[in-house]
Design a protein around this ligand. Sequence first.
Ligand SMILES: Cc1ncc(COP(=O)(O)O)c(C=O)c1O
Length: 402
Amino acid sequence: MTLDSRWRDALTREALDAPPSGIVEVMVHGFNKPGIVPLWAGEGDLPTPPFISEAATRSLAAGETFYTMQTGIPELRAALAAYSDRVHGGLFGRPFSPERFIVTNGGMHAIQLALAAFAGPGDEVLIPTPAWPNFDGATRVRGATPVEVPMTLGNSGWVLDVDRLAAAVTPRTKVLFVNSPSNPTGWTADRETLKALLDLSRRHGFWIVADEIYGRFHFKDGGGVAPSFHDIIEEDDRVVFVNTFSKNWGMTGWRIGWLEVPPALVGTFVNLIQYSSSGTAVFMQRAGIAALEHGESFVAHQVARVAKGIGIVSDALASTSRVRFARPDGAFYIFFAIDGEPDTRRLGLRLVDEANVGIAPGTAFGGAGAGFMRICVARGEERLRTASDRLKHWLETTKQMI
Ligand SMILES: Cc1ncc(COP(=O)(O)O)c(C=O)c1O
C-alpha cells in the first residue's frame, strides 16, 4: 500500500526506506488455507520446553518484575560465558569472560545495536547474498547503505568469492555481515574463508558482525559446532557476535538473545541499550539461564530432527529432474531453484494455491536469491513428507505443461 503525500512528507527517509518483508505476502496469502503445510517461517515447530518456561514463571511469582541492568543480570552473563566455553572451548586460550556478554531483545536487537555502534548515514555495509533480509532492512533503517556481494551456487555448493568481496570494500565500508551457517543457503564458511575475511577486516578496519546463530545446526564433516570466528580472533580484532535463544531452544516468540563484544565496548553498548530497550525482562533472563544450563538434550534433539528433515526434502527434490540446490552444510533451510520458474514471488503464491505448501520466495533474500525458494525443514517428519510429496507431484505434473 502506498502512502499519500500528506503522510510521506511527515516521515523520515529511513522509515520510508524500510522495506516490506518479502515472505509476508505468501504467508498472508496462505495463512487460512485448509490443510496447508506452512514451511515459510524461519523457526522450528516445537514449543519451548517446560523447564525453560517454568524458570520464567518462578521468577515472576518471586516478584522479579522491576527494571533491570542494561547488560543483563550477572547470573545470565556468567551462564553465557560457561555455555560458550562448552561450545567453543574457551577464547584467547582461557575461559570466556562474562564481561563480553550483553543480553538483548533477540538476535534482531543485537544486530540493531551493532549497526548503531558501527555504521551511520553515508557508511556502507557489506552483505553476502542470498541473505536473511533483516541485515539489509536494519542497515537501511540506520541510514547506511547495504552493499550486496552476490554468492554463487557451484557444483559443490554455495561459494563466497573473497576477491569479489574485497573489490566491494571502499573507504566507507564500516561493517561486513558474516552469517555462517547461512539463512537461507546453508552455506557454512570453512576456517580458511573465515581467516581471509578476518584479514580483510584487519587490513581495512571494518567491523565483522558474525551472526553464528545457527552454529549448532551443522552437518558437515560429522557435525559438531560450525567453524567460528571464535576459533581465530585475537583480542584486538574488530569482531562482534550476534546470537539468540530463538532457534536452539525453541524460543522465537520470547525475544531474547545476546551480543558478544570486546569488554572495552560494553559501556558504549549499555548506553545504546538504555536508549532502545532499556534492558531485557528478568523473568526472560531466568528462562535463558535454564536453557543454557539444562537445554543440551533439547538442542541435540532439534539438530537430529533437522538432519533428518534435510534428508527427506533433499531426496524428494533431487528425485525430480527440475530442481537445482545444494544440500545445506548448516542451518535449517533448503534453498532451491526450479527450472523454468524464474518468478519466485509468483511461484510462492502458486504453490500455496496449487500444491498447498507454503514456501518463502527467494526474492526476499536479495538479488542473488531471486530465482530460488526457501523451505524451512525444522519440522516433524510427517509434515515434511507430506510437503515433499505434494511438491514432487506438483513438479512432475507441471513439467508437461512447459
Ligand atoms: C540469520 C539470522 N540472524 C538473526 C535472526 C534473529 O533471530 P531472533 O529471533 O533472535 O531475532 C534470524 C532469525 O530468523 C536469522 O535467521
